[in-house]
Design a protein around this ligand. Sequence first.
Ligand SMILES: [Zn+2]
Length: 353
Amino acid sequence: MPVLTRLIPSPVSVDIRRGAMDDLAGLLADQRISSSGRLAFAISGGSGAALRDKLAPVLPDADWFAVADGTIDSAVRLADGIKGKRYDAVVGLGGGKIIDVTKYAAARLGLPMVAVATNLAHDGICSPVATLDNDNGRGSYGVPTPIAVVIDLDVIRDAPVRFVRSGIGDAVSNISAIADWELSHRTNGEPVDGLAAAMARTAGEAVLRHPGGVGDDLFLTVLAEALVLTGIAMSISGDTRPSSGACHEISHAFDLLHPKRSALHGEQVGLGAAFAMHLRGAHEESRLLVEVLHRHGLPVLPEQIGFTVDEFVRAVAYAPQTRPGRFTILEHLDLSTDQIRDAYADYAKTISS
Ligand SMILES: [Zn+2]
């Protein structure tokens, strides 16, 4: 008997609009995620406190847990705090770090996790991965997909604009990640999951070709939806392939080589994607990426995020070691440091002409 369809792990509710957070209690009750209102909220010490003050009156049975940072220790501490208190679900209310810490804690306890994103810095909002700092630097941990995702555009507008723009870089980097996946298919026969690729590519293209900016609701909606769809694409493929290729290897290299100086994830992967597209000879696509990143105020050259050309060249040379087993344009070309330097000079010349 052939399998006629497949089930896709995905949230039961995705609510992206202005004022979405005001209806959070109703949404959780309606979706039978929490009928008792017994919820554990994880928040940051900073902006999380203001949101707690706003929500606490309508969620009298919720408990609030402050999360200090995005480390695995914080995630374990959160899980220990929540354990044994019969909550219906754990709500991560904050940016990427809070959401990742919450995902990991919820997974440890077998509780459903609700993501309430307060910025759009990357595609981890709805992904089956928690990225956490550990003793070896940074690790990616497989976790269940959130059961519900809430993105309130009024809250997003209050976030520092840099944290919203960062998501643009992460979304458009899908274009380069999928080109890497297809390259690996042609070169090594690695299977490409067509549905995961379709969702991630469409998400990236929608952001890439949208004429709006972070100041308008329609653009923010498309960006938020693109980040959610990219997360679901990762659930479909069972790994980060749809959204992570050479672009992300270069960014991971920055994180590992310069942990104190690295820029935002989306800033680094956007630059990585533009350079990777250039490397693969897709100069038109590279130019379009550069144009769009530049229009949104994102970096297209390493010095715009405080790195010298030498540091960039070294990061690109180191990048393949950050994801052993992943085949991208970097592993394919296997360039020497001098060749990377030449390719970078050509990239910089091409985008400035
Ligand atoms: Zn990413």
